[in-house]
Design a binder for this molecule. Structure first.
Ligand code: SF4
Length: 378
C-alpha cells in the first residue's frame, strides 16, 4: 500500500509510529514538533509565556524570533516545504481578523480559533485550500482576548440560536474549523482554558470541537458544567488508512466513552463518508463500535454529524501536492459538480449514491445509537 504520509513524516524526521495502521496495538504518541518558534509579540501575553514554559518543560527547544513574521518556511520543493511546516509549531498572536467571528452552518453559530493548522496527515484534509502558505501549526498567545471576544456574539447566531430543534444548545462556538485543538493540547493548554471559560460562563452558550485525537485524560476533571460538546471525528475502519498521524480509531472511541462518563455532551462526526469497498459493512462496524464504547453511559447527550467527502479544484490540487501517491478517489467524472453559495465549485457524490448512503447510514445510527440526535447530513 502506498503511504505517502509516512514518507512525508520520515522526511521530516518525525516518529512514524503514530501513523501505524489500526491493526497495530501500539498507543499513539503525542506530537512532538521538531521545531518550535515564538514571536516577540507572543511573549507579551501570559498564555504565550505559559506555552513556552510548557514546551520547555517537555524538553523542546524554543527558538525566539527577532520579529513577528514567520520566515524561512518556504522551500523550492513543495513536499519538503510541507514536511518542514508540518513539523513546526509557532507561538504567535492571532491577527485582528480572527476576532471578527464568522458563522459556520450547519455546525454552529460561530467559529473561533485557538490555533490554526494541525500536525496530522489526512490525505483528504479539509484544511487544504483554507490555509495560506505552508501548513505550520500556529498556536495563539492572545487567548484572553480570543475568549473575551466571544460574549459579544451571544444570541446573535443563525444556527443553534435560530433552530428550535437545537435551541437547548444555546449560542454555539466551534473551535475546530482550522485546527484540531486536542491534537496540540499537551503543547498549548488552550483547550483546557477554553473549557474552563465556558464552564464558568453563566449563559446559554456551548463550546464545540471535533477531534481525531484521544488524549482526553487532562480534560476529564475540568469544571466543564456541560457547556462543552466534545465530538470525535471517526470513519469506517478501512478508511482510516487515509488518516496519518492521528490517534487510532479504537483510541478515539475509548476517549468518546471516557468523556461521556465524565459528563460531557459528546458527538460523533462521521467524516468524510466515502463509498469505500463494502461501505455498508464498514459503517455498520463503526457505529456498532461507537455504541459499545458508550454502553452504560448514564444521561448520555449524543449528537451525530454526517459529512460526505467532497473536494474543490483548489483542495484537490493542494492535496495532490502534499500526498502525490495517494489513492484517495478524487475523480471529477465520478462526482456531481455543485456551485457553492459563494459561486465556487465543489465536487460531491452523485445524488443516487448520496441518497443510498444517507438512508443506510442514518438507519444504522437510529438502530444502534437510539439516543443520538442526527444534526445534519451534508
Ligand atoms: Fe486535517 Fe483534521 Fe486530519 Fe488534522 S486531523 S490533518 S485538520 S483532517
Amino acid at each position: 500500500m502506498d503511504r505517502p504520509d509516512l514518507l512525508t513524516l520520515a522526511e521530516a524526521g518525525e516518529d512514524t509510529a503514530v501513523s501505524a495502521p489500526a491493526s497495530f496495538n501500539r498507543p499513539s504518541r503525542p506530537w512532538r514538533p521538531r521545531r518550535v518558534l515564538v514571536t516577540p509579540a507572543a511573549l507579551d501575553h501570559a498564555h504565550g509565556r505559559a506555552m513556552v514554559d510548557r514546551l520547555t518543560a517537555l524538553g523542546l527547544p524554543v527558538e525566539r524570533l527577532a520579529s513577528n513574521r514567520l520566515t524561512g518556511l518556504r522551500q523550492d520543493d513543495p513536499r519538503r516545504a510541507y514536511a518542514l511546516a508540518k513539523a513546526t509549531l509557532a507561538i504567535v498572536v492571532a491577527p485582528p481578523t480572527k476576532l471578527k467571528l464568522q458563522p459556520i452552518p450547519p455546525s454552529a453559530d460561530w467559529r473561533f480559533d485557538l490555533a490554526e493548522g494541525c500536525p496530522a496527515h489526512c490525505q483528504y484534509c479539509y484544511l487544504a485550500g483554507s490555509l495560506a502558505g505552508p501548513p505550520v501549526t500556529r498556536a495563539y498567545a492572545n487567548l484572553d482576548a480570543i475568549l473575551g471576544n466571544l460574549a459579544a456574539y451571544v444570541g446573535a447566531g443563525r444556527v443553534t440560536s435560530r433552530q428550535e430543534a437545537r435551541a437547548e444548545e444555546g449560542t454555539t462556538f466551534e473551535a475546530s474549523c482550522y485546527t484540531d485543538p486536542l491534537g496540540i493540547e499537551h503543547l498549548t493548554g488552550s483547550l483546557s482554558a477554553a473549557i474552563r471559560h465556558f464552564g464558568a460562563w453563566e449563559a446559554p452558550v456551548q463550546l464545540r470541537l471535533t477531534t481525531k485525537f484521544a488524549d482526553v485524560a487532562p480534560l476529564l476533571d475540568l469544571p466543564h458544567n456541560g457547556r462543552t460538546r466534545l465530538r470525535f471525528s471517526v470513519n469506517a475502519a478501512n478508511a482510516t488508512r487515509y488518516e496519518g498521524g492521528t490517534a487510532r480509531l479504537d483510541e478515539r472511541l475509548a476517549a468518546l466513552g471516557a468523556v461521556a462518563r465524565a459528563g460531557y455532551p459528546v458527538g460523533l462526526t462521521i467524516a468524510p463518508i466515502m463509498p469505500i469497498p463494502d461501505w455498508h459493512h464498514g459503517y455498520a462496524g463503526l457505529i456498532a463500535a461507537a455504541a459499545a464504547a458508550l454502553d452504560g453511559v448514564t444521561d448520555l447527550d449524543l449528537t451525530v454529524e454526517l459529512i460526505t467527502h467532497r473536494f474543490t479544484p483548489t483542495s484537490k490540487q493542494i492535496l495532490e501536492g502534499w500526498y502525490p501517491g495517494s489513492d484517495l478517489p478524487m475523480r471529477e467524472d465520478e462526482r456531481s459538480r455543485k456551485l457553492t453559495k459563494f459561486g465556487s465549485v465543489k465536487y460531491v457524490y452523485p445524488r443516487d449514491l448520496m441518497q443510498e448512503m444517507r438512508s443506510s447510514i442514518t438507519a444504522l445510527v437510529a438502530e444502534r445509537l437510539p439516543a443520538a440526535r442526527i444534526l445534519y447530513w451534508t
